[in-house]
Design a protein around this ligand. Structure first.
Ligand SMILES: [Mn+2]
Length: 427
């Protein structure tokens, strides 16, 4: 660790009187509304968001990349960086690996290092969207959907290899995101490509350990510009339903066309017990990889409203989804961006938890959209930042994570240790 935990506590102490005042005021307001602050804090503390290994380096666009230095050069350093985030916010207690970028050379050492940082291994991710130097066949024209059975076999085998690494580290799920698709009308037979994808996924699904889950991610465009094989939640849901009860849809906030009602997608999937994973980010135009909550915090809140309803529904069989941030950062310090993203997620979650659900249902039953909006916005416009901060302090983390990150000069120390030109693997 680049700093002593006591340094966090010292910095907290300086800001504590101001925090106490805000928190006391908020607690009183919440308790008048019948909200139990302690229960809320416990739920925030239990809510852990996985950090993907590829989010720790500077991202870029197809036009360029402007790294800021001190990027993690190895899997071990990626784990250290997530450990640093978790020490600061107590909400990033898991890491999601990407194979082949993060193949562990010494499994025991990696497991130990993660445990020492208080981290679990979340879903493992396969990669058949780019060619690796040693692979026999190219994925230029697809992977699991490819017309050539040998290419499909290679892609299936890669996924099985990813599962093996995941097993060694203690993961319990595989996320499959395919870049498969076409860029020109007529290039691909939609029906045959989808059928081949299902057949390939079935091979992977049938080989998974019995306690593993398969998450099928969708995306409407990019890297291909005419069609993607798994374009939307409906296609993903159909695939997951065909595969079996341990296959689920994964929703990525950036993987929708403009104005899609994502909260409705979430509600529909949870109603059927098929929402397995969730990727957070934010966007203005498409899959922009912006900081969570930077652009559309109200939409995020509305989505969490459905997530909380789904999680609290005693009849729904939906398992607790795997939460992950899926973004890259081409202007901000990636670690500062991740701290902001986790806080935005926790805030939206907490806001959704304080919605007066009984009153909302009554308003709905009485067809009263005015009252329904009042109830939702009462929760959304309540400033719960002191509550999130209190949850962190009680967990021994930082009152103000970004501020502490800067005061402890974490980036400067990383650059000193790793150099200003280090490049994170996988980007
Ligand atoms: Mn994603």
């Amino acid at each position: 660790m680049l700093f002593d935990k006591n340094q966090i506590h010292t910095l907290n102490d300086q800001a504590l009187p101001d925090h106490r005042e805000s928190f006391e005021y908020l607690s009183q307001r919440l308790s008048r509304r019948g909200v139990k602050t302690n229960e809320l804090i416990k739920k925030i503390q239990e809510f852990q968001v996985a950090i993907p290994s590829w989010a720790l380096g500077t991202g870029g666009t197809r036009f360029g990349r402007f790294p800021g230095g001190g990027e993690p050069r190895s899997l071990e350093e990626k784990i250290s960086d997530v450990g640093t985030l978790h020490a600061l916010n107590a909400g990033s207690g898991a890491i999601s690996l990407h194979i082949p970028w993060d193949i562990p050379d010494n499994v025991e050492k990696i497991r130990h290092h993660a445990a020492a940082n208080g981290l679990l291994f979340d879903a493992v991710n396969s990669n058949t969207f780019q060619d690796q130097p040693d692979q026999e066949f190219s994925y230029k024209f697809g992977s699991l959907c490819h017309t050539d059975a040998r290419v499909r076999k290679q892609a299936v085998n890669h996924n099985l290899e990813v599962i093996q690494y995941g097993k060694m580290l203690g993961s319990k799920s595989l996320t499959v995101w395919l870049a498969d698709g076409s860029s020109f009308p007529g290039q691909m037979n939609f029906r045959k490509a989808l059928q081949r994808t299902l057949d390939s996924l079935r091979e992977i699904y049938d080989s998974m350990p019995s306690d593993w889950k398969l998450f099928v991610e969708y995306k409407p465009y990019e890297p291909y510009f005419y069609h993607t094989v798994i374009q939307d939640w409906g296609t993903s849901h159909w695939l997951a339903s065909q595969l079996g009860e341990r296959a689920y849809t994964l929703v990525d906030l950036g993987h929708h066309l403009p104005n899609t009602n994502i909260e409705q997608v979430v509600a529909t999937l949870m109603m059927q017990g098929k929402l397995g994973g969730f990727h957070f980010n934010d966007s203005k135009f498409g899959d922009d990889d912006l900081t969570v909550g930077a652009m559309k915090p109200y939409q995020l809140f509305l989505i969490f409203n459905e997530l909380v309803e789904g999680m609290e529904d005693p009849i729904s069989s939906n398992p607790s989804p795997a939460w992950m941030i899926d973004a890259s950062h081409n202007l901000k310090d990636p670690m500062e961006d991740l701290l902001q993203s986790v806080e935005a997620i926790q805030l939206a979650y907490a806001q959704a938890l304080i919605i007066d659900r009984l009153a909302l249902e009554n308003a709905r039953d009485n067809n009263d959209p005015v009252l329904a909006q009042e109830i939702l916005q009462e929760a959304f416009r309540t400033d719960l930042r002191p509550l999130i901060a209190e949850a962190r302090v009680q967990s021994g983390a930082a009152l103000h994570p970004v501020s502490v990150f800067r005061k402890l000069e974490v980036r400067k120390k990383l650059i000193r240790e790793r150099g200003s030109k280090s490049l994170a693997t996988g980007l």
